[in-house]
Design a protein around this ligand. Sequence first.
Ligand code: MN
Length: 755
Amino acid sequence: MSVAKDSFHNDFSHEENIPGSEKDRAIIRAAYRQLLNSVKTTLEPADHKAIRQAFELAAEAHKTQRRKSGDPYILHPIEVANICVQEIGLGPTAIVCALLHDVVEDTDVTLAEVRAQFGTQVSMIVDGLTKLDSLHESESPQAENISKVLRAMVSDVRVVLIKMADRLQNLRTIKSMPPHKQLKIAAETSSIYTPLAHRLGLYKIKTEFQDACLKITHPVEYKDIAEKLSDTKRNRELYIEEFCEPISAWMDSVGIKGKVIGRPKSIYSIWNKIRQKQVAFEDIFDLFAIRIILDVPPEEEKSACWKAYTFVTDHFMPIPERVKDWISLPKSNGYESLHTTVIGPEGRFVEVQIRSERMDDIAERGFAAHWKYKGIKSISKLKHDVFENWLSQVRDSLENSMAGNAVDFLNEIQGNFFTEEVHVFTPSGEMRILPKGATALDFAFSIHSDLGKTCQAVKVNNKLVPISHVLQSGDQVEVIRNKNQKPADGWLKFVITTKARNRIRAALKEEQVKQAEYGKEILQRKLNAFKVTVEDNLEMLVKYFKFPNHLEFLSAVAHEQVDLKELKKFRADGPKLVEVTDKQVRPEVDLTEVFTPVDRKGSSQKLDIIINDQPGRLFQYSMATCCNPMPGDTIFAYTNTSNITKIHRSTCPNAQNLLTAYSHRVMKASWGNTVQTNFVADIIVMGVDTGPGVINALTDRLAMLGLNIRSFSISGEDGFFEGRIGLIVANLDQLNVAMRSLKELEWVSSVARLE
Ligand code: MN
């Protein structure tokens, strides 16, 4: 590294141009020097010049600003650049961008100035890192900013990597922030940055994110675990030493180079285990983890790893089914490793990770390390590459997502692109990769959109399952189609892939357009009495009946969900209808009560829900129709921009999005004393079609329990049926009893509540 330093000094003057007091200048200079020293490779003179210019520009621009801690602001961009170099492994362009990452957002420097001085690539990246103007009107500024970063990432992935470094630096210095800000940053980090770090393969950073967030959200538990870990440190080290000894000796004896190291488990992972398994710290068996890192040439990696595996499992008893082979089938984020858990001395569980140096580098540093081994700088050249594959999915989704709706996009991204994948198979043995959580219907759409649209039933591993069935790795999936099948609204609730969602939406839209045509005819027949046309009055009627647009209004007319008797309150004035104002102007409230479309669910409002520790009626809430909560469900309240409060189930598909993007509008809610009231629960029953008696048998069962059915539809093909039942129940217990009772029928293969 001294080579790199010396070569600059020949070309450039020693003194950087740093503003500020003598003391500040000394601190800033030291930080900048340390950054340059951390660059291990020799910098080209042009790169060094650009870095220095970026540093000087940023130092000047931020000169009057200070961090909450009191430090000169410029220390933050320098530290972010440092993280980019040391912890992510990025090069000179990223250093320049990291140094400049806050100038456009926080100072008078413009993007045009950055472009003029540093070129389009740098200005594009800096633009991606610049938050949208806070004056910018937006439903969820947070979602918009994230989606901006992701959009920029598609053209240059360094945008998101620098953003990660920025977030990490902020978390490391978060102590000086007020508590409520800390909580907000923690929530955003765990819902977006942590999964993104995971997806990009930045495991080290991901772990640090998790620990930092835990420290903010659960300070007591964090401290408790940290203390216990440090109390037991010496004992654990001795144990690990003892455990590793035979492995090292074996490596020496067979001449495989490498190292065996103890790996501390993160505080977060221990906390998570304590919480999930409901055990005490003292009872956690697998606090011990080691990693065997083999220094072997690429062509010997796989066999060397399996040799090490064989030795370890010959020596220590392996726990069955704990072997994970991500060498033969790497994770979609590029992760390669061989994991197993064995029983070590004293009966303790020890997790063993086996990998090569190269695999370890990729596992720790993700993306950046991955390119290093590909030996290619530009991502666009990579074909059939795990990351390129992923980026192209994100790109597709960006193109397909409706312009401007950042919240939808964010939701989509969270659902599809942060998650892991499952590998499933077609009946002919062809492998398909789907995001984890994908359902059988997603699978059908992934094969072909026609297959998806006409998907009637699905067999997984030769067993009939609902089309909402969540697939597991290794499943073999066969789609049973029915030419008369049509996509339904409810399908959107259980598909998670972009492709399926877009195709279903398009089909529903098509159907809605048809319905709207029909609705328009109905409406025109009514308007004939006034001798006016739909065209001349549509705008007004849509507003009057409080619909968001023409299409929804007209299709609601077609479905008889609009009370056209209301038209009696109008008279014609030329080509336009005007409202007959009798006596006084009606208050706004009346209109909504009278004219909202008939409540499809018919659920009663005579409920006692506690919202924010207050009686729910103060909020005039209603039950969300996306998830139909009923007593017994865990719920929360959400108030939208029009001040309408709805109660959602916490498992509602919309919940995560609402909680993340609009946390400020979410209130806690719980069930109070419920008076006798009814709820509609949609359930799906599937099974073997034994003939015409199926419907009777199902309804008889429900009648025996004294339950009423609100809607019932059934369809079947090839000897299978799928029934959808809208059941009226008083609470969750009653629903569970009903579902259990249906399941008892021997020809019923599954009963599920529609999420
Ligand atoms: Mn920053």
